[in-house]
Each structure stands twice: as structure tokens, then as C-alpha cells.
Design a protein around this ligand. Structure first.
Ligand SMILES: *Cc1c(COP(=O)(O)O)cnc(C)c1O
Length: 508
């Protein structure tokens, strides 16, 4: 294959459309072509190890330090040496939390964080607990907000660290952290901020924040994946132990030869944010508002987070009256994130949305649309149209009022629900001479539930309501439903049995 990095391979129309409707910038962003070019140039330059004293090493060191200075400038660090390169924000969060906790392992140690933090923070905190430390997980209000008074109340004499995120990755809520920073300073407690979602979207000045440690990522703002940084305040410098050991690079906090081209890519991404795209946050905010204004007339929408304190690139909405899995399956032309269990590795609805008090069915029926530099007004309008179409279609399928054609003395009706998943099935059967002559269904359920209803409806004709044998396991197998779906498929049968109980002697 010949060609350069930027000769896009040919794509068929469907692939191109899919790429155009990318609404998952909070998960990762496309690498800016200029970033890719800077990285390619760096790789091609044949530089040495930055630790070496020969010219090739010196040249590498110069580029590495220039990258460090660029990142320091973008986030307001007092000096470049405050930036420690890592493999991403996950490692930076781990280094901050475990590094502080382990540095205080000689005494009782207590960490304060929140239930709505990223897994990189929560799992590092769980590790602290396994190593003998204590962790307080603050609850939020229904918008996901935390008040500085909650932090003050949770502080103990043995508290060594407070760790909170600046922008929530699921809801886009921007936390008001400066008062927490001031409180931590006053009490001599280290303050760590996960700012992975903040860079390039909300103003970030690590000193104004009063943070001692700040986790940064490159791939959330059009840089490469696999690189990030931890800002570590220089004066006073928090006591921090490294996670890995070796050559003592990065001030002893992150041994290993630094990935120069990655650092260069991150720095280029950060430079572009500052120099080329200063107005991007307001452009994104306008697009986000257009998205919300377009969707709101659907009704029955809950906007997650706080509209008054919302990052410009994230809109998270929970949709009433539809099954989350069915909605996401129907929107397969949109790359977005959802609360639906089927779309996550754990098959659990989002713990963040549950922490905000959303019940499971509503948490499942949550769409997170996140915007970036490649998002256009036309794409936003298309997303509004597509989400609207599918929400209306699924709501029309859900059990609702009687159709005129379904009432009358021949008709019987039955319904059943499964509250945990929000599955709701209703049958209306026309019974003549004791046998079913017509069957109609409405359901709110996952794609498998809807498919099973369709099959069952074709099998009911001529059957006696009081004597229905459906073979639900066989149907489940025929439509490829996973075994854990069987429970909700039985709801279909329960609804039919409910109808059968209504057979009147006169219709029987
Ligand atoms: C993406 C993200 C991370 C993890 O960043 P990586 O660079 O992918 O390791 C951590 N915290 C938040 C809030 C994020 O959005």
C-alpha cells in the first residue's frame, strides 16, 4: 500500500455515513491531522534516548522538554517539571491516589472521593482500601453536584487526599472545585483532580483550582491514545510514591523511557487547543443547546447533570417510555454511548446514573451524545431527527390506550410487567367460538422481547385461550436471545395467561 497517513482509504457510503455521525467524543476523539503529522515527523527523525548525552539523545531531550513546557503552559502549571508523562489519565489517577496513599502507609490514611467518579479513580480507591486505607464515597444530589460542605464534614485527622473530577464523563456536569481546593490547602490535605474531560472544553488552570495533582489525557482532545500526564505541584510538593520502578525517569515518578512521539502528539494537541481553537467551547455549547432544543419537544426527557454547569461537549438524556436496549439497537447509525446494559461490558446500567437516583429502566434508556471538532450543525440536526424517529416509533409500540378496532365484546385483554427491566407487554385477543381469531400486542421491551412478541402473535390463531402452550425457551433460542433474557420473555406468556382469565362463558 502506498500513500500517506492522510489519504483516507476508500469507503462505501454506509461506512462514511457511520463515520459522519460520530457522537462519542467523550469516549475518544479523532486525532487531529496536524497531531498525526507531528508524531510521524518525530518517529521519522531517528532521535536517541532522551537520557543519553550524545547529540541524538540531546535532540530527543529537547523535544521532550518542549512538549512538557507546552502542556504545562496549557494547564497553567507553574513550571514544566510539574508535568509527569504517563500512559493516560487512568495511570495518572492511579499514580495520584495510590502514590499518595502509599506515601502515608506508616499511619492511618483516609481518602475522600465521590460515587460518580470515573472507574480509574474508584478502582484505585478500592485498591487503597485493600491495602488497609479508608475511603469515604460522597453521595451527590440528583444533578450529581457535591457541596464543599460535604467535603468539610468528611475530613478527618487522618485524611490524606481528596479526589474529585472536574467534568463528569457521563453527564457533563462541571464541578465547582475551587472551594474544595482552598479547603484542602487550609487543612493540609492533598487535592487530586481528574481533568480528562475538561481539557479544551472548560477553562483549566491547575493553580486557580488549588489542585496538587491533576490527571490529563491526550485522546479526549484530539491527541493520541496511550499518553497522558499527571500534574504534580512543585511547591509544596505532595509526598508521592511511584507505581513503577526502574531508570528513575520523570523525576523518579514514572520509570521507563518516555514515549517521545506520544508526548509530542499530546503537546501538539494541547497547542492546537490553545492557539487554533480558542472558540471551540462556545461552538460546541451552541451545538449542544441545538441538540437539546431539538430533542426536548419529544417530551418525557430527563436531562442529566445541571444545565447551568454543563460542559459544552456532552448532552445526556434519559428517555421515558422506551426500552434502552431497543433504542440503542435502533440507533445503530449513530455512534453514541448509552446507559443500556447491552452496550457495556458489565451488563449493569451505569452506576453514575443510578447514583443520581435514576431507576434501572430509565438509566438504561439514557443516551449520551458527545460532540467534538468534527461535529457539524447538519450532523446535530440529523441526530435530532433520528433519535426523534426511533423514540416515537418505540413509544407507539408500547402499551397504550385501546384502538377502536380492538374493543368490542369479542376482545379480551391481558398484560404483565417486569419492573426490574421495565418490560411491559399487553395482548388483545379476539376470541370467537372459543378460539383466538386475531391477536395484537404492544410492548415496551428489549429487541428480543419485541421479536418474540412478533413470533408469538403468528402462532396464536386458532388456539384456545385457556390452553396455550408457547414453548418460550424454544422461541428464545430461535431468536438468539441470551439465557438471561428468558425471564423477561416469560412476561409475554404471563400477559397472555392474564387475557385467558378474562374469557367469559359467553365468548368461550
Ligand atoms: C477517559 C477518562 C479517563 C481515562 O483516560 P485514559 O487516558 O483513557 O486512560 C479518566 N477519567 C475520565 C473522567 C475520563 O473521561
Amino acid at each position: 500500500m502506498s500513500g500517506t497517513l492522510h489519504d483516507a482509504p476508500p469507503r462505501d457510503e454506509a461506512t462514511r455515513d457511520a463515520a459522519q455521525l460520530y457522537f462519542d467524543h467523550a469516549a475518544t476523539t479523532p486525532v487531529d491531522p496536524e497531531v498525526a503529522r507531528a508524531m510521524a515527523d518525530c518517529l521519522a527523525a531517528g532521535l536517541g534516548n532522551p537520557a543519553a548525552t550524545h547529540p541524538a539523545g540531546r535532540a530527543a531531550r529537547e523535544r521532550l522538554e518542549a512538549a512538557r513546557a507546552e502542556i504545562a503552559r496549557t494547564v497553567g502549571a507553574e513550571e514544566p517539571a510539574a508535568i509527569v508523562f504517563t500512559s493516560g489519565a487512568t495511570e495518572a489517577d492511579n499514580l495520584a491516589i495510590l502514590g499518595i496513599a502509599r506515601a502515608h502507609a506508616d499511619r492511618a490514611r483516609h481518602v475522600i472521593t465521590a460515587r460518580t467518579e470515573h472507574r480509574a479513580v474508584l478502582d484505585a480507591c478500592a485498591r487503597v482500601e485493600r491495602e488497609g486505607g479508608r475511603v469515604t464515597y460522597l453521595s451527590t444530589d440528583r444533578a450529581g453536584r457535591i457541596d464543599v460542605a460535604q467535603v468539610r464534614d468528611a475530613l478527618r485527622p487522618d485524611t490524606v487526599l481528596v479526589s474529585l473530577m472536574l467534568v463528569n464523563n457521563e453527564t457533563g456536569l462541571v464541578h465547582d472545585l475551587a472551594p474544595v481546593g482552598a479547603l484542602c490547602r487550609e487543612r493540609g490535605v492533598a487535592f487530586h483532580v481528574d481533568a480528562a474531560q475538561a481539557v479544551g472544553r472548560v477553562p483549566l488552570d491547575v493553580q486557580a483550582l488549588g489542585a496538587d495533582l491533576v490527571a490529563l489525557s491526550a485522546h479526549k482532545c484530539h491527541g493520541p491514545a496511550g499518553v497522558g500526564a499527571l500534574y504534580v505541584r512543585r511547591r509544596p510538593r505532595p509526598a508521592l510514591l511511584p507505581l513503577q520502578f526502574g531508570g528513575g525517569q520523570e523525576g523518579g515518578l514514572r520509570s521507563g523511557t518516555p514515549p517521545l512521539h506520544q508526548a509530542v502528539g499530546m503537546a501538539e494537541a494541547y497547542r492546537l487547543l490553545r492557539e487554533r481553537h480558542p472558540d471551540e467551547p462556545s461552538r460546541l455549547a451552541a451545538l449542544r443547546d441545538r441538540l437539546w432544543t431539538g430533542l426536548a419537544p419529544l417530551g418525557g426527557l430527563h436531562r442529566n447533570g445541571d444545565p447551568e454547569r454543563s460542559a459544552p461537549h456532552i448532552l445526556s438524556v434519559s428517555v421515558e417510555g422506551v426500552d434502552g436496549e431497543a433504542l440503542v439497537a435502533a440507533l445503530d447509525d449513530l455512534a453514541l454511548a448509552s446507559g443500556a446494559a447491552c452496550s457495556s461490558a458489565t451488563r449493569e446500567p451505569s452506576y453514575v446514573l443510578r447514583a443520581l437516583g435514576r431507576d434501572d429502566p430509565l438509566a438504561q434508556a439514557t443516551l449520551r451524545l458527545s460532540l467534538g471538532r468534527t461535529t457539524t450543525t447538519a450532523q446535530v440536526d440529523r441526530a435530532v431527527e433520528r433519535v426523534g424517529q426511533e423514540v416515537r416509533r418505540l413509544r407507539a409500540l408500547a402499551p397504550g390506550p385501546l384502538e377502536p378496532a380492538e374493543s368490542g365484546r369479542d376482545w379480551i385483554e391481558g398484560e404483565a410487567r417486569e419492573p426490574l427491566t421495565g418490560t411491559h407487554v399487553r395482548w388483545r385477543l379476539r376470541v370467537v367460538g372459543g378460539r383466538i381469531v386475531e391477536a395484537r400486542w404492544r410492548a415496551r421491551g428489549c429487541p428480543h422481547t419485541l421479536a418474540a412478541c412478533e413470533i408469538v402473535a403468528t402462532r396464536l390463531h386458532g388456539l384456545v385461550p385457556g390452553d396455550l402452550r408457547l414453548d418460550t425457551p424454544g422461541i428464545a433460542q430461535a431468536i438468539g436471545a441470551p439465557p438471561d433474557k428468558l425471564g423477561r420473555l416469560f412476561v409475554i406468556e404471563d400477559a397472555l395467561q392474564g387475557a385467558a382469565l378474562q374469557v367469559r362463558p359467553s365468548t368461550a
